[in-house]
Design a protein around this ligand. Structure first.
Ligand code: KIV
Ligand code: ZN
Length: 502
């Protein structure tokens, strides 16, 4: 029987902690539900001790997700392990993931611990975690720059103390595939008890090798891959889930392994992460990039028309890229609208469906043809209930190349209406300044992007803002409209609303 490789998703932990990728509670739950639909084996939902917000999000995910094991990261410190257990304890299946660095540079300069102290801490803290929970993962941080014999000692200690999964991370993305595989072989040959635990890899992409290294790990006997949707994560990111999974599936002839992922949910998961974080993937990104299945050259198009296998090693349908079968428009009814959303993989509750349909009708009055990307934009732009503290009522902008731009913005907060005027050298900045006056906060615009969602003159614009308020963490706001200024104002207000519910 083929081995089954466990897929451990760290989008909500390593991914979420990377710059520009932070998510609020509702967004984390939405992502966790999609990971459940994707059938990932383990969801690393966060790092409970890092903040009360992270702990609350992990607990909410533990309450709401079934079918996947829910895991929290914890340093080898009792209070971290207590916080991790507290957050995951209501999960149907729970895991504590504790870690400690084992490389000379980390031990000397970061931990200020001797190798013997590291061994002692691993023995103590893994055993401490084991009192709470059977399923314990131990990671030797910076394992790939650690002395191999010392690493064997650490791993042996963790196994003796009760670890059931041992992770050998390439924390700084330093490995090349053959080298990583040979480290795994060495560990397997020189570590007592290693045959009784699940071996795991967690590869960073600093040299662009994260996926290749993960696959080399599988060939060397690794049974769990840690990865993230769209490859988000610290610095250059983690191994991308979609690339690892599709490599294992497409080259089953080579790897001879299975995994439990429902690949049809991949595209939707990727779109969701792009929408929530505002971090888009490159058009050439394997599996989920806009060009991943596009055949431009005439000779390629001709080949694909004759037989898809000429240039396609996997089908777009297998990763859930919807066929553009129907286009919706002004005369489309609720049935057609709901059917298309379902085909795109959305299952919205009634409240969100009603709100999205209302927005669809407004858009259909402005645009002749509504494409899938428009629908995705609409769904992403409908706020989760409780998220709308301020709503845009109306705006007037006066701008030109020889005058100072002015903006009059009116927003509602419940029954109250606020209107302010501001000036600046551009219309968008003037609008943002007027909003700052309304919310009476020191809002810092860290990043702003504007792009067209579809082609054509009546395309919708998507604005993404990254803001911090009174020195807070960065919040992502998103707005869509056929008017670029309206999209920008909505994105800014959306970001401010998110700050208030966090
Ligand atoms: O990259 C790393 O080493 C980590 C560990 C905490 C597993 O993220
Ligand atoms: Zn990592």
């Amino acid at each position: 029987m083929a081995r089954t490789i466990r897929i451990f998703d760290t989008t909500l932990r390593d991914g979420e902690q990377s710059p520009g990728c932070s998510m609020n509670l509702n967004e984390k739950i939405e992502v966790a539900k999609q990971l459940e639909a994707l059938k990932v084996d383990i969801i690393e939902a966060g790092f409970a001790a890092s903040s009360p917000g992270d702990a609350a999000a992990i607990a909410a995910i533990a309450d709401n997700v079934r079918g996947s094991t829910i895991c929290s990261l914890a340093r080898c410190v009792e209070k971290d392990i207590d916080a991790a257990w507290n957050a995951i304890r209501r999960a149907e299946s729970a895991r504590i993931h504790t870690f400690l660095a084992t490389s000379p540079v980390h031990m000397e300069y970061k931990l200020k611990m001797t190798p013997d102290e590291v061994i002692e801490s691993v023995a103590h803290n893994v055993a401490y975690a084991k009192k709470y929970c059977d399923d314990i993962e131990f990671s030797a941080e910076d394992a790939t720059r650690s002395d191999l014999d010392f690493l064997c000692r650490v791993v042996e200690t963790a196994i003796k103390a009760g670890a059931t999964t041992i992770n050998i991370p390439d924390t700084v993305g330093y490995m090349i595939p053959e080298e990583y595989a040979s480290r795994i072989h060495y560990l397997r040959e020189h570590t007592e008890g290693i045959e009784n635990v699940v071996l795991s890899c967690h590869m960073h992409n600093d040299l662009g090798m994260a996926v290749a290294n993960s696959l080399a790990g599988v060939e060397a006997g690794i049974d769990q891959i840690e990865c993230a949707i769209n490859g988000i994560g610290e610095r250059a990111g983690n191994a991308s889930l979609e690339e690892c999974v599709m490599a294992l599936n497409t080259r089953k002839d080579l790897f001879g392994v299975d995994c439990n992922i429902d690949t049809h949910q991949i595209y939707r998961a990727s779109r969701m992460i792009q929408t929530i974080t505002g971090v888009s993937v490159a058009p050439t990104k394997p599996i989920v990039g806009a060009n991943a299945f596009a055949h431009e050259a005439g000779i390629h198009q001709h080949g694909v028309m004759a037989n898809k296998e000429t240039y396609e090693i996997m089908t777009p349908e297998s990763v859930g890229i919807p066929k553009n079968a129907i286009v919706l428009g002004k005369h489309s009814g609720r049935h057609a609208f709901e059917d298309r959303l379902r085909e795109l993989g959305y299952s919205l509750d009634k409240e969100k469906l009603d709100k999205t349909f209302e927005k669809f009708k407004v858009l259909a009055d402005k645009k002749k043809v509504i494409k899938d990307r428009d629908l995705e934009a609409l769904v992403g732009a409908v706020p989760v209930s409780g998220e709308e503290r301020y709503t845009l009522d109306r705006f007037v902008i006066n701008s030109g190349n020889s005058i100072t731009s002015t903006a009059v913005i009116r927003v509602k907060k419940g029954e109250d209406v606020f209107e302010r005027v501001a000036a600046s050298d551009g219309p968008i900045n003037a609008a943002f300044r007027a909003i700052n006056k309304i919310v009476d906060k020191d809002v810092e615009l860290e990043d702003y992007t504007l792009r067209s969602m579809t082609d054509g003159e009546d395309a919708q614009a998507e604005a993404i803002v990254k803001i911090s308020i009174d020195g807070s963490e960065i919040v992502t706001g998103r707005g869509v409209s056929t008017d670029v200024i309206e999209a920008s104002i909505k994105a800014y207000i959306n970001g401010i609303n998110k700050y208030f519910i966090d």
